[in-house]
Write a protein that binds this ligand. Structure first.
Ligand code: AMP
Ligand code: GLY
Length: 420
């Protein structure tokens, strides 16, 4: 079979690494891919948001299954474009991807289907937001309605933080069209978990448990990022996992079908486990990054039939198996991330890292310049360690990370430890 992976991050590199070994995969393409993916797939220079061009490419090459990494092409309707041409694709339609594309849609959807989530108000102006803050109280969270590359959420514990959020949203208009509507939401307290499932619109298969290290600095301090590390497993008590499926995931899949927006693909629920039970923080319409880098190496068996079945509505009776080993992923980020990352710094030591037992390296913000590998984005590489336990996997990941060098590298030193 011919398989196409859309995207160019470490998440997509992890998928490509897994699929290039999979039985039944004869040809593997990546669009646009990255220098790391070029080692395992044929990279095609079409950007991930070039939905029409991608559909034309997939038609002309008779691609059997396409797997979409990032949210943007899904929110733009890549799955609709492929479906019109009879091409199998893993990912939701544009209407179903609204679960990530609009936080206001998701909030209202939760209301319609009794899905537990924080109390909120929609604000279009500073005055409306101020009224919502008075009503809901602190802590409070400001969220841009639309896609904001993981940066559109500001959690405020104090009045001065509320003031700077107001300025960012309503004076600087920092999030453009995505921030025209702002969700002002009660701040929840508890433990956060990433809960990912694969679904064909009716059958739901949970993926291995994982945990994301979201903030830039150790001890979960500093600004929010796309994710600075991840571990898998991060097991939840069975009753909590059961409650997330029963109260959040299943009502969502059923509700989306009922509303004429059947959801297919990966659904990622960001959940806060509070004293009142699990509450939905956000949905993503795709695999998590960096969670995928820690989850995919643990997948035991053939990934392709499962992905294909999800695309075709044939998941019934299938299951996913996971290796007992643990994985820890440490993200090496460029100087300046999550603001403006510096580019063009030479990266060395990859071969040394890869030579270590149990180390995998997945590339993201990298580029080849005159034959040298250089930094070309915020999150540059994911170094993954495998081990019998999360602690051992993390030690291995840090061994690997210590071999890789580039100027200004930033990474968390506490991946694998409990998040305070
Ligand atoms: P989101 O993009 O909605 O996941 O938000 C990014 C991060 O902000 C989450 O991973 C949480 O750490 C935090 N967050 C979002 N909503 C809330 C909330 N209602 N209460 C507390 N923290 C939140
Ligand atoms: N790791 C969080 C995300 O993928 O959005």
């Amino acid at each position: 079979m011919r398989v196409l992976i859309v995207g160019s991050g470490a998440r997509e590199h992890a998928l490509a690494w897994k699929l290039c070994r999979a039985e039944g995969v004869d040809e593997l393409y990546a669009a646009p891919g990255n220098p790391g993916m070029a080692g395992v797939a044929t990279c095609v220079p079409i950007p991930a948001d070039g939905t029409l061009e991608l559909a034309e490419f997939a038609t002309s090459l008779h691609i059997d299954v396409t797997v979409v990494g990032p949210e943007l092409p899904l929110v733009l309707g890549i799955a609709d474009e492929f479906a019109r041409r009879g091409l199998a694709i893993v990912g939701p339609s544009r209407a179903a991807a609204e679960l990530e594309g609009s936080k206001v849609f998701t909030k209202e959807f939760c209301g319609r289907h009794g899905i537990p989530t924080a109390r909120s108000r929609v604000a279009r102006s500073r005055d409306e937001a101020a009224a919502a803050v008075r009503e809901i109280g602190l802590p409070i969270v400001f969220k841009a309605d639309g896609l904001a590359a993981g940066k559109g959420v500001l959690v405020c514990h104090r009045a001065d933080e509320v003031e700077s959020a107001m300025v960012r949203f309503f004076e600087d208009r920092a999030f453009g069209a995505a921030g025209e509507r702002v969700l002002v939401e009660q701040g929840l307290v508890g433990e956060e978990t990433s809960f990912m499932v694969l679904t064909d619109g009716s059958t739901v298969i949970p993926l291995a448990s994982a945990r994301d290290y979201k903030r830039l600095e150790d001890g979960d301090r500093g600004p929010n990022t796309g994710g600075m590390g991840a571990v898998s497993p991060a097991p939840l008590p069975a009753e909590v996992a059961g409650a997330i499926l029963r109260d959040i995931v299943h009502p969502t899949i059923a509700g989306m079908a009922q509303e004429g927006r059947p959801y297919r693909g990966v659904l990622y629920a960001g959940v806060m486990i509070t004293g009142d039970g699990p509450q939905l923080l956000e949905y993503n319409c795709r695999l998590g990054d960096p969670e995928t880098q820690a989850v995919i190496p643990r997948f035991d068996g053939d990934l392709l039939p499962l992905l294909r079945a999800a695309a075709l509505g044939e998941l019934g009776g299938m299951r996913a198996a996971w290796k007992r080993e643990a994985c820890a992923c440490v993200v090496l980020a460029a100087d300046g991330y999550p603001g403006s990352p510096r580019r063009g710094d030479q990266i060395t030591g990859l071969a040394e890292a890869l030579a270590l037992e149990g180390v995998l390296v997945f590339q993201a913000g990298t580029a080849l310049e005159d034959g040298r590998l250089v930094t070309a984005g915020g999150r540059v590489l994911s170094v993954v360690g495998r081990g019998a336990t999360v602690a051992e996997a993390a030690r291995t990941a840090y061994e690997g990370a210590s071999r890789v060098q580039f100027a200004g590298v930033q990474f968390r030193r506490d991946v694998g430890e409990a998040i305070p």
